[in-house]
Design a binder for this molecule. Structure first.
Ligand code: KG4
Length: 354
């Protein structure tokens, strides 16, 4: 196996196929050259991701997506130093597509194969550099990349965790959901209100026009730094069921207020434990990652808290908050530097811790 140019320009192909987005990216050291994401629209009509349809769509998308990522980066396959892929957690059938493709490419080119933990990659998205990016990020945040150790609130469709990040590849979950994830709470409550999947962005948009104090929903009392969102979801469902009995138009007439009130409750729950973790660990270097970090209310709450508590706050660029291969390539680069390579016998996993 050939290990190329380890101390100068390392070009890595990242592949992400853990859920319903097929993505490929090329990174040169820590600088992203291309990041192509093919969204699978087919799931919208089912109100959630259908695993079998997702893996079939990945099979159709993967070659064109990788091809486009290479072309956009102006890179040929011969120049690649390694192939990094999402090993898990995620949907097994979907992960198998990316894993098999990465294995085949690494074997045929004689280059290292690197397995990446999807959750770790979400955190490492904070370190992605762009060719013309420096000025953008520095405008809002004086310190572009977080300093170690930092706390990262990882909030996505499948995870709500507070992670203590000691180094690029040394992370520990210090709090996590015991049932649903924050993204699931957004999506399931949105579905009850008749919004398409995923509902998080729709709630975010509507919340801007609503009164966040109009309705009050339940907040869990979970000890320590763990989260719970299933009680809120059930509370929201029963609340709507009761109101709809009195007024069948209740949802339509109150959609913006319902969205704003629900969003505020989710944000309060997320922020409560994050503030507690920051106090307990005495850490002021704070970051957020994952799809839900695109939420404008959460971003605002984080920024307000950062001013109040003198946090040094890090929020990834919008396109790197959702599932994407740029973060997989980024994680691949750090593993490449350590010579942390995977064998051809590597299999994907559906569930994992960091
Ligand atoms: O990290 P991500 O792309 O992937 C998975 O975990 O699969 O996160 C997707 C989640 C979905 O639950 C989606 O509703 C949520 O992120 N999301 C949002 C927003 N944008 C995406 N939730 C609230 N507000 C948003 N603006």
């Amino acid at each position: 196996m050939e290990v190329k140019n380890s101390n100068s320009e390392t070009l890595i192909l990242g592949i992400e196929s853990s859920c319903d987005d097929t993505s490929a990216a090329i990174i040169r050291n820590e600088t992203i050259l291309s990041n192509v994401v093919a969204n699978q629209k087919i799931h919208t009509e089912y109100g959630g991701v259908v695993p079998e349809l997702a893996s079939r769509a990945h099979q159709q998308n993967i070659i064109p997506v990788v091809d486009l990522a290479l072309r956009r980066a102006g890179v040929t396959v011969d120049q690649l130093a390694a192939v990094a892929f999402t090993r898990g957690p995620g949907l097994l059938g979907s992960l198998l597509v990316g894993t098999s493709f990465a294995k085949g490419l690494a074997l045929s080119r004689g280059i290292p194969l690197i397995e990446v933990n999807h959750l770790q990659a979400h955190v490492l998205a904070l370190f992605i550099r762009e060719k013309d990016r420096e000025k953008d990020r520095e405008k809002d945040f004086p310190n572009p990349s977080p300093l170690f150790p930092f706390l990262c609130l990882l909030v996505s469709g499948g995870n709500s965790q507070i992670i203590l990040v000691r180094d690029h590849l040394d992370m520990e979950i210090i709090g996590q959901t015991i049932d649903d994830a924050a993204g699931e709470a957004f999506d399931k409550c949105a579905k009850v209100m008749g919004m398409p999947y995923p509902g998080g962005p729709y709630i975010d948009k509507l919340a801007k026009e609503g009164d966040p104090l109009k309705f009050r929903f339940t907040k869990p009392r979970i000890p320590g730094l763990d989260y719970s969102f299933s009680g809120l979801k059930t509370n929201f469902l029963y609340f709507l069921r009761d109101r709809l009995k009195e007024n069948p138009e209740f949802i339509e007439e109150n959609k913006a207020d319902l969205s704003a009130s629900l969003q505020l409750t989710i944000i309060d729950i997320l922020m409560g434990k994050l503030v507690k973790a920051a106090k307990t660990m005495k850490i002021k270097e704070i970051a957020v990652a994952g799809g839900v970090s695109a939420n404008s209310g959460l971003r605002k709450a984080l920024q307000e808290e950062a001013i109040l508590r003198r946090w040094n706050l890090h929020i990834p660029k919008f396109e790197y908050t959702m599932d994407n291969a740029a973060m997989i390539a980024m994680a691949g680069y750090y593993k490449y530097l350590r010579g942390d390579f995977a064998g051809q016998d590597t299999v994907p996993f559906a569930r994992t811790q960091l």
